[in-house]
Design a protein around this ligand. Structure first.
Ligand code: ZN
Length: 365
């Protein structure tokens, strides 16, 4: 099996499937679909990003028990990174760990088992995860695709990742009153107002000294239209990249949670400024005691002969789109490193273990 996995992984890596190369995105999907031509293939497309859902039934079941989700797009890379090579038990190349190696395994394990298991199992292949997953996974969900549990083969070094932070891009605008710089008491300085807001935020959400599972505020910009020294600025804008933990609100209802969080932010700013939400992305959250999550850990422990950790991530994955409609899921992938870097690699042996874990998990459900 390892040879099959390796050769499929290498073929997938050889196609430079970056966001701006639509031909390559189609080619990489076509290559993957060749492996599963004996199944029903439902194709989707949004804004030029192709994706597919594969299953053994003639028509799509209302809800799958399990979906194996894989993205075939990669971030940009040097030309030579699209020529995979092996060295010291590692396979190098763009997408080796994020996530063409895991995709190859998911494809092959699906092919082996989908017709043998008694429950509905699907394979979901998308090509836009690296830029948000809106035209792939999210689009398919909008078309009614559902599952009890989804596994995305993102890099986790065999940890089971059940939580990831959500994102808010926030602008806070302050409005003061202009005056001559020599008579500041006659005006109201919008930048000093912004500073008061910053002080409050810094106190409530200090930057952690090291990695921590808490909400963080990255102060990205402080701007004002004022271009001179001798004027009291009458407006200012501060911009934040906020990464919030799902514990900030009830994980079940995202829309309600969003309202609660916006209220919290408004309260924090008070009447010093006005907030504007530029982006509001949900967090990822699946209960640690979820039946399938525990089952996956159990099967992984048997194969890998070590305790499997439940881990958190600071950046999200396509699983968050499923969470929004009440479907559970995790990211779980093999061992590798330097993702998005110049020397991206996947541990070759871990691909075989990954296959075994998924195989046993799916067969023993
Ligand atoms: Zn990825």
């Amino acid at each position: 099996m390892l040879n099959k996995i390796l050769s499929l992984t290498k073929s997938l890596i050889s196609i430079p499937s970056t966001r701006d190369n639509k031909k390559a995105l189609n080619d990489v999907l076509d290559l993957a679909l060749k492996e599963v031509k004996d199944f029903t293939i439902e194709r989707f497309e949004k804004e030029g990003f192709p994706s597919a859902l594969i299953y053994p039934q003639k028509t799509r079941p209302k809800k799958f028990k399990i979906i194996l989700n894989a993205h075939l797009d990669v971030v940009s890379a040097k030309d030579e990174q699209f020529k995979p090579y092996e060295k010291d038990g590692k396979l190098f190349g763009r997408g080796a760990i994020d996530m063409k190696g895991a995709a190859a395994v998911e494809i092959l394990v699906f092919k082996e088992l989908a017709k043998r298991v008694s429950y509905p199992l699907a394979l979901q292949l998308v090509t836009d995860e690296e830029i948000g997953g809106f035209c792939g996974t999210k689009h398919q969900i909008e078309k009614g695709v559902r599952a009890d549990f989804v596994i995305a083969g993102e890099p986790t070094d065999f940890g089971v990742n059940n939580k990831a932070k959500g994102i808010i891009w926030l602008k806070i605008k302050t409005k003061g009153k202009a005056a001559h710089g020599a008579y500041p008491w006659k005006g109201k300085n919008a930048l000093w107002m912004a500073k008061k807001i910053l002080d409050k935020i810094e106190k409530k959400y200090p930057v952690p000294k090291k990695e921590a599972w808490q909400t963080t505020f990255n102060l990205a910009k402080i701007e004002t239209g004022n271009q001179t020294f001798n004027k009291v600025p009458d407006e200012a804008t501060i911009s934040f990249d906020i990464r919030y933990i799902p514990e900030e609100f009830s994980k079940k209802n995202f829309e309600k949670g969003k309202e609660i969080l916006i209220k919290k932010l408004k309260k924090l700013v008070g009447n010093l400024g006005e907030i504007e939400i530029i982006l509001f992305e949900p967090p990822q959250f699946t209960d640690e005691k979820n039946f399938y999550l525990l089952k996956l850990k159990e099967e992984a422990k048997k194969v890998l002969k070590k305790n499997i950790k439940t881990i958190v991530k600071h950046g999200g994955s396509d699983i968050r789109h499923f969470n929004q409609v009440g479907c559970q899921g995790v990211t779980f992938g093999p061992i590798g490193g330097d993702l998005h870097g110049d020397n991206e690699w996947v541990d070759i042996k871990s691909l075989e273990s990954y296959y075994l874990v998924l195989f046993n998990f799916l067969r023993n459900l």
